[in-house]
Design a protein around this ligand. Structure first.
Ligand code: AMP
Length: 287
């Protein structure tokens, strides 16, 4: 394996200068924003970015603005050395790891609120979450000015929020989505999986299984209304004693608005607690 050396940059001003220099060399810049504790899901985005551009920049920043007061900001897993080692297997030109005080200095008071697409699902369960996400992503876009930004469809609503923001505000960046990377048993890779006990880890496979079963039932015409899909999802998941449902939902895949009959592409989205650990997963179905 080739070991690639990346420049590690903490200052937004240096990040700006680094990008300006790459741009002056005529390079195309692809950006992968992350909160670190990298796994195969993140690395698939880095791989995609390296196919699309000749300068890849990864950010590692656990964004306090997207965590609610009772959420897991303090215990969110961090391992910068491990992350840099994983990234050394990929052609990443720079890793941007700013401090919170650099991005949110005293006096910071601006936020980006994307209305309707932020409202349901994780937006309802985690008030303010997507405002925090949209604000940091726009800020990072303004610092890096990337040509392309790569996001995972694991965070499906986040992807739609970012796409909407970019379209509404004419942000000059192309947004690319990558398929969900899963463990061999189907559990979506997530930095939070590290918190699962062995029992919870075994139980968590219910999410992917249930989404796949629902997809089969939809394609064979056994579920035709969103309400039926939601009942199916909640009954199957609730049958797993380790699982505590936060939400299950079947919505229009693009707008995330509620629907009745399944007659256009839909997304099935679930958020479920296993102990204190909240996992999300989804399945898009083009009916
Ligand atoms: P995070 O570090 O959790 O904020 O995630 C950073 C980026 O990686 C986001 O665009 C996520 O959607 C993406 N990502 C996280 N997990 C996965 C996964 N299992 N498959 C694909 N992309 C992922």
């Amino acid at each position: 394996m080739t070991i690639h050396e990346s420049v590690i940059i903490t200052s937004p001003e240096w990040m700006r200068r680094f990008v300006a220099a790459r741009r002056a060399e005529g390079r195309r810049i692809a950006f992968v924003p992350t909160m670190g504790y990298l796994h195969e899901g993140h690395l698939s985005l880095v791989e995609k970015a390296s196919e699309l551009a000749d300068c890849v920049i990864v950010s590692i920043f656990v964004n306090p603005m997207q965590f609610g007061p009772n959420e897991d900001l303090d215990r969110y897993p961090r391992d910068l050395d491990g992350d840099l080692q994983k990234l050394s297997g990929y052609p990443v030109q720079a890793v941007f790891c700013p401090a919170a005080t650099d991005l949110y200095p005293a006096g910071f008071q601006t936020s980006i609120h994307v209305e309707r697409v932020s409202a349901p699902l994780c937006g309802a369960a985690r008030p303010g979450h997507f405002t925090g996400v949209a604000t940091i992503v726009l800020k990072l876009f303004n610092i890096l000015r990337p040509d392309i930004a790569v996001f995972g469809l694991k965070d499906y609503q986040q992807f739609q929020v970012i796409r909407t923001m970019v379209k509404d505000l004419d942000v000059p960046v192309e947004i690319v989505g990558c398929e969900i990377v899963r463990e061999t048993d189907g559990l979506a890779r997530s930095s939070r999986n590290v918190f699962l006990t062995p029992d919870q880890r075994a139980a968590a496979v219910i999410l992917h299984r249930t989404l796949e079963d629902a997809a089969t039932w939809i394609s064979t015409g056994r579920l035709v209304r969103a309400s039926e899909v939601e009942l199916f999802l909640s009954e199957r998941i609730a049958a797993e004693p380790q699982a505590r449902i936060d939400y299950v939902s079947c919505r229009d895949a693009a707008s995330l608005e509620a629907i009745d009959v399944l007659d256009s592409p839909v997304v099935l989205a679930v958020a479920v607690f296993f102990g204190r650990t909240r996992l999300i997963d989804n399945r898009v179905i083009s009916v």
